[in-house]
Ligand binder design. Structure first.
Ligand code: BG6
Length: 511
């Protein structure tokens, strides 16, 4: 082997070594909330268990609830145990929890930040966190601007003594285009774009990233990935759960803001984007923004031709009778909030001209299923007898994001026997059996990237705004009418959603 080849192989192997981030602190605002105990701390605990966090790492929770460090730790441990059915390693937890702290404080008041600043400096000395800080906004979104301003006024928008300062912003990022723009400009008064990590946990999912691997690490799909071969695309984010204890939050959000503006739009971008020149933050995000810019505006005077909303009524899911949305806790009994959305969008560029992207997302549907289905044109001509092709459907490539993560390609095949009957069958690949490793949780990946300083899987300001631009006319139209179609829990949404596709001579897939 030539020397250069050997060297290249060594370099490649080196790159595969897990990178461990620099020392640092993660400060969580709104730390008494659900996200901290359900997602953030379990993800950090897993990273600690895999030794992917430096020893000089700390977490500081801030919220108004009075609690000691130990009470906070006990609460987080309880959350972790519930999530892991009791399987928590005492050794890992003890060493990880030694770096967890809590500071009660009102995030609107300047003195909270003076205290926080002193506390973080003390940690730099005691735990060697080297002045590096990531501030995680997980509080109520209405507090985001105040927190950012106070951080800036306290000088915490810069790391201490040569360290870095990063800001993580949880969704929802604004309520519409106007408020998202405002939030972006408020944040940018104190933080540079490179310091801002707008999080969307779908981008941390292995199978969402796999859309890129499928498209750009294979030679056979990309030539077909355009209007010449694709009839239409269906993106589904179906959940069987209802709103549970999150009624108050959901009343403000609804399916469009909760799922479509962020998760679905990101999946749409990855499905439709052009190959990025490199897999780095600017190249990937540049291509995603181009998709959002190319999405045709939904006409204000014909929103119904492109968008359907729905709300679940009492019904049956997995054999159990469940309440309707209006009967859920903290929900207005006359609420018009949508728990289901179906949309038709077009990406007006050379690749996708004329190809509809049908999108649906909803709660209390029959099952949990997130997938992207690329439906190809039918074969131009079949030489077989009409009666023999009754069971033949067009080719569909399904990227299953969850559950049963994998790929499925529907192809036509001969039915065994005499004659020449052909029918559709599925070729399936399950990622779980192909790689015998369990995929890391989305937050694990994203928090690691945050500490490594890699924003590739986070959302840039213009992406957030681009997604709102598409949805603004729909939200505006819906806000003017109280007429929400209902669907029984455990069904695939209101009949209006079926009609949206029927008008185009198409039907929704059953995932
Ligand atoms: C969250 C939404 O962002 O995503 C929830 O707020 C939703 O309403 C959840 O249930 C779905 O995430 P996942 O990872 O279970 O698909």
């Amino acid at each position: 082997m030539a020397d250069t080849q050997v060297l290249q192989n060594v370099l490649r192997d080196d790159q595969r070594l897990p990178r461990v981030p620099e020392p640092g602190v993660m400060v969580i605002f709104g730390a008494s909330g659900d996200l901290t105990s359900r997602k953030l701390v379990p993800a950090l605990y897993d990273l600690a268990a895999q030794r992917r966090l430096p020893l000089e790492f700390a977490v500081v929770g801030v919220s108004r609830t009075e609690m000691s460090h130990d009470e906070f730790r006990a609460r987080l441990r309880k959350g972790l145990e519930e999530q892991r059915s009791g399987e928590v390693s005492d050794d890992v937890w003890e060493s990880f929890a030694g770096g967890i702290f809590y500071m009660p404080g009102d995030s609107k008041k300047a003195e909270t930040y003076d205290e926080l600043k002193d506390f973080l400096k003390r940690l730099d000395g005691e735990r060697g966190t080297q002045g590096n800080r990531a501030f995680y906004l997980s509080s109520s979104p209405s507090l985001f601007p105040a927190i950012v301003e106070r951080l800036g006024e306290a000088g915490m928008n810069e790391g201490e003594e040569g360290g870095w300062s990063r800001l993580v912003v949880e969704k929802p990022f604004g309520r519409d285009l106007g408020s998202a723009r405002e939030l972006n400009s408020e944040i940018r008064r104190y933080f540079e774009e490179a310091q801002i990590y707008r999080i969307d946990h779908y981008l941390g999912k292995e199978t969402v990233q796999n859309i890129l691997a499928l498209r750009f690490a294979n030679g056979i799909f990309e030539p077909l990935w355009n209007q010449h071969y694709v009839d239409h695309v269906q993106i589904t984010v179906a959940e069987d759960i209802g709103v549970g204890t999150r009624g108050a939050f959901y009343e403000e959000a609804g399916a469009l803001r909760d799922i479509v503006q962020n998760h679905v739009m990101q999946v749409l971008c990855l499905t439709a984007m052009e190959p990025p020149v490199a897999f780095d933050a600017e190249s990937v995000r540049e291509e995603k923004v181009k998709v959002l810019k190319a999405v045709r505006a939904i006409p204000e005077d014909d929103v119904e031709g492109y968008a359907v909303r729905g709300q679940y009524e009492r019904g049956w899911v997995w054999g159990e009778e469940v309440e309707g949305y209006r009967e859920e806790g903290d929900v207005d009994p006359e609420s018009t909030t949508e728990t289901f959305v179906a949309l038709k969008v077009f990406v007006d560029n050379w690749r996708w001209a004329g190809v509809p992207f049908y999108i649906r997302a909803g709660k209390r549907l029959p099952k949990k299923a997130t997938e992207v289905a690329i439906q190809f044109h039918s074969s131009p001509h079949t030489p077989f007898a009409h009666d023999d092709t009754q069971g033949l459907e067009p080719n569909v490539l399904v990227v299953r994001v969850q559950p049963e993560e994998g790929l499925s390609l529907k192809i036509g095949a001969k039915v065994p026997g005499s004659g020449f009957e052909v029918s559709s069958v599925n070729m399936d690949l399950l990622y779980g059996t192909a790689f015998l490793e369990e995929a890391p949780d989305a937050y694990q990946r994203l928090l690691l990237d945050l500490f490594l300083g890699d924003p590739t899987l986070f959302i840039r300001a213009d992406e957030a705004e681009g997604a709102w631009r598409i949805l603004d006319p729909v939200m505006h139209h819906w806000s003017e009418s109280r007429d929400v179609p209902f669907y029984a829990a455990g069904t695939w949404g209101p009949k209006e959603a079926d009609a949206l596709l029927e008008r185009d001579g198409r039907v929704w897939r059953r995932p």
